[in-house]
Design a protein around this ligand. Structure first.
Ligand code: MN
Length: 506
């Protein structure tokens, strides 16, 4: 039987070969044949053969740089368990545990349905638990969702709305948290027309009305930049204009009373350079030529955004007095911002006792680990199992009562959670509720738990007993600190006049 989608599959293979030659294309071909046979005769609601969908998913995965043999194969097979007679046992036998586990992860998430706010937390929770097991499940869900959004017009209105809402409220925030700017923007912009068609059209027209004029202007600025940088012996890797994603533009407009003149980053100029030094030098060049607006210089390189985003931003009175925002970054920072390798590389490793100065970094550690792991998939397939143990099994995701996600090391307790929230919450903690039940403070938390800390301002110091069971260095450092302060106070009372600080240190 001839395969009408053979050309598409050939395209997928060449895409994979170009990006990642180590992928086992024979196994990928076998997976494609397996998926094709399993889905044989099935149609999408659009009338297309069903196999087009898993093929598209695999293509997105390749385009989004999520390329290892298992991810591509699991992408091709992601719907066979849910929708065909092909069983998980056969999958396990044919393709091994690793791929079978990823497909199972996707199948379980398939059952999540958006049912308004009350289900939101539950869904988010399941996503994070799945993610903690294997991040590749989420990559496939993102690719699956993008293809479903692109074909959403054939579905009835209520389904369109549900899928679109789920996308902006669950998928996009997770993509954002993982630093995957490109996916986040794409997910939101595909969902936007279904969420609010009028707002979508309005925003789109607004952008269309300013874009062409701006494009010509940016070309001129680009020429000036190139020449000036050349004079200063800096070679730009790339200079290009970039329009804000529609949904994020609309959200921002709402915050600014829809006053477009107050938003300076609708269309910005992006300058990609070779290294860190060139970033700052380029900023200097820009400021020498054009006067910067007050309060608009942002150094996200020294102070990255919580999701790891790094860039220098500055807004200047540019040519002809027009206001223009520049974004300056290295090629590596650029790729990390687009594809989610939102690591925070130049930070030194955390100190042994991780005091207050370390707290800002701790929050980023897990993303850095996730992305590091993601990079290493390409480097060494064998290392994969070990890496998964290191990175995922050892982290748990805990929820605050508001649905905020906190990641902690395995076996962390409510006390670790409390100190993660705030030092004062830790110091004044008296008891804890886990999933609405009062629990001992040394309870080991599990991924997906919702934890609420009960504090009492009258409680002066934490208990030194807590040191027996806390897992995080932050909690340990704070408890030690407080207990020490307490002893100093106590010494002051019983040994008047002595130099207690010295005595204590001896
Ligand atoms: Mn699917």
């Amino acid at each position: 039987m001839t395969d009408p989608h053979h050309t598409t599959f050939r395209n997928l293979l060449s895409l994979i070969r170009a990006a990642e030659p180590r992928v086992d294309t024979d196994l990928v071909t076998l997976a494609y044949e397996t998926a094709r046979q399993a889905h044989a005769g099935q149609k999408r609601i659009s009338g297309e053969d069903y196999i087009v969908h898993p093929l598209n998913v695999a293509i997105y995965l390749a385009q989004l740089h999520y390329i290892d043999t298992s991810t591509i194969i699991a992408g091709l097979l992601h719907d066979v368990i849910e929708d065909t007679s092909y069983t998980i046992e056969t999958l396990r036998k044919d393709f091994g545990d690793e791929i079978a586990d990823i497909v199972m992860g996707v199948t379980v998430l398939e059952k999540l349905k958006y049912r308004g706010v009350e289900r939101y937390l539950e869904n988010l929770r399941k996503m994070f638990v799945a993610m903690a097991k294997d991040l590749r499940v989420i990559f496939i869900k993102f690719a699956d969702r993008i293809d479903n959004l692109k074909t959403l017009h054939v579905w009835p209105h209520d389904k369109q709305l549900r899928i679109a809402q789920e996308t902006v409220e669950i998928y996009a925030p997770i993509a954002n948290r993982l630093g995957m700017g490109k996916i986040r923007g794409e997910l939101e912009d595909l969902a936007f027309p279904y969420i609010d068609p009028d707002a979508y059209t309005w925003t789109k027209n607004l952008l269309l009305s300013i874009a062409p004029k701006r494009e010509k202007y940016l070309d001129d600025v680009k020429d000036i930049m190139k020449k000036t940088m050349e004079k200063e012996k800096i070679k730009p890797v790339d200079i290009h204009g970039r329009a804000k994603h529609l949904f994020s533009l609309y959200r921002k407009l709402l915050r600014y009373d829809k006053d477009i003149s107050r938003i300076y980053d609708i269309i910005t100029m992006r300058v990609i350079v070779k290294n860190l030094a060139d970033c700052y030098a380029t900023m200097g060049i820009i400021h020498q030529r054009w006067r910067p607006l007050k309060g608009r210089i942002k150094d996200y390189i020294a102070n990255p955004k919580p999701n790891g985003y790094q860039s220098l931003h500055t807004t200047v009175f540019c040519e002809k007095g027009e206001i223009l925002e520049f974004q300056i970054r290295t090629k590596k920072m650029h790729e990390e911002a687009e594809f989610g390798v939102a690591a925070h590389w130049q930070y030194k490793e955390r100190g042994e006792d991780g005091g207050d100065s370390a707290t800002a970094k701790i929050d980023l550690d897990w993303i850095r680990e996730l992305t590091r792991w993601h990079k290493r998939i390409h480097e060494n397939e064998e290392q994969l199992q070990k890496m998964k143990l290191d990175v995922f099994q050892n982290r748990i995701f805990i929820f605050t009562p508001n649905g905020e996600i906190i990641d902690l090391p395995e076996d962390a307790t409510p006390i670790d959670f409390a100190y993660h929230i705030h030092t004062e919450v830790g110091n004044h903690c008296t008891s804890a509720m886990v999933n609405d039940r009062l629990v001992p403070l040394d309870t080991k938390l599990k991924s997906g738990d919702i934890v609420e800390i009960i504090t009492d301002k009258k409680r002066k110091t934490p208990s030194s007993d807590w040191l027996q069971f806390v897992k995080t260095t932050t909690a340990r450092a704070h408890i030690k600190n407080q207990v020490k302060v307490h002893i100093v106070d106590w010494l002051k009372n019983i040994v008047p006049g002595e130099d207690k600080e010295t005595k204590l240190r001896r």
